[in-house]
Design a protein around this ligand. Structure first.
Ligand code: NAP
Length: 256
């Protein structure tokens, strides 16, 4: 119940999917949680769910592509709670699914702007508060596709960038006692994941989900809660000697 008691956590993209599960679990374990997202309806529902569960949380509308907004929202969160200890850089979108020679520069830039530069912007504006607090933990959402190649080049580029941005920041901020680690999920059943498949071909959804489970050595797709458990561990002091590491939670896919 108390694994992150007394800490304040920001979860970007915390309205749905993995971020929502992470916010719920961090709150259950005693953190005060700020959900920062562009999906206001679901963000407010996530906060209600946390409160119903006895936790403390609040919602902020925040687009990770807008640096001014990130700076403003983090300032407001600091003024409300008096500290910022945990940042879960989770907001992200799928890639285009297109090969490089069929992708426009705008499409490429949009994915990088959210998935990679969003992590940079939020880290930049959380670090000063973490320094004031004497340290902190930053958990960056990469993917198994940030480690291996596949059919979505821009997504691999963005998530591979997140992996090494995490290691770079880990080296730089270790002296300030700010730990930075990346998380690498496999196929996780979330609104974002099913939405991506439905957008490409709704007819394909059922068969695709089945094939994801079959391609996973543990024989099933992951649940948002599976990933939230890893995030909680990295957020808590239980991982206090870990920085610059990559936590792979993919049911064994990348071990094959
Ligand atoms: P999800 O279900 O789509 O939830 C993501 C949330 O982030 C949504 O509420 C979304 O709002 C919000 N968001 C999107 N763009 C944003 C922005 N610019 N600023 C702030 N919030 C924004 O996604 P998920 O599947 O849980 O994925 C969460 C993270 O895990 C992503 O970084 C994703 O790349 C990564 N990941 C997912 C999987 C998987 O299989 N699901 C695997 C590996 C890694 P809207 O609903 O309005 O778009």
């Amino acid at each position: 119940m108390d694994r992150v008691r007394g800490k304040v956590a920001i979860v970007t993209g915390g309205a749905l999917g993995i971020g929502r599960a992470a916010g719920l679990l961090l709150a259950k374990e005693g953190a005060r949680v700020a959900i920062a997202d562009i999906n206001d309806d679901e963000g407010k529902k996530a906060v209600d769910e946390i409160k119903k569960d006895g936790g403390e949380a609040s919602y902020w509308q925040m687009d990770v592509t807008n640096e001014k907004e990130v700076e403003k929202v983090f300032g407001e969160i600091y003024r409300k709670y008096g500290q910022i200890n945990i940042l879960v850089n989770n907001a992200g979108i799928p890639g285009t699914g297109k090969p490089s020679d069929e992708m426009t520069e705008e499409e490429f830039e949009r994915v990088l702007n959210i998935d990679l530069k969003g992590v940079f912007r939020c880290t930049k504006h959380a670090v000063p508060y973490m320094k004031k607090a004497g340290g902190g933990s930053i958990i960056n959402m990469s993917s198994m596709l940030g480690i291996i190649g596949g059919g979505d080049p821009v997504y691999h580029a963005a998530k591979g960038g997140v992996r090494l941005l995490s290691k770079g920041d880990a080296s730089v901020y270790a002296k300030a006692n700010i730990r930075v680690n990346s998380v690498h999920p496999g196929y996780i059943l979330t609104p974002g994941f099913t939405g991506m498949i439905e957008k490409r071909d709704p007819e394909m959804l059922e068969g695709f989900l089945k094939s994801c489970a079959e391609r996973t050595p543990l024989g099933r797709m992951g649940k948002p809660e599976d990933i939230a458990n890893g995030i909680l561990f990295l957020a808590s002091d239980e991982s206090s000697y870990m920085t610059g590491t990559e936590l792979i939670m993919d049911g064994g896919i990348t071990s094959q």
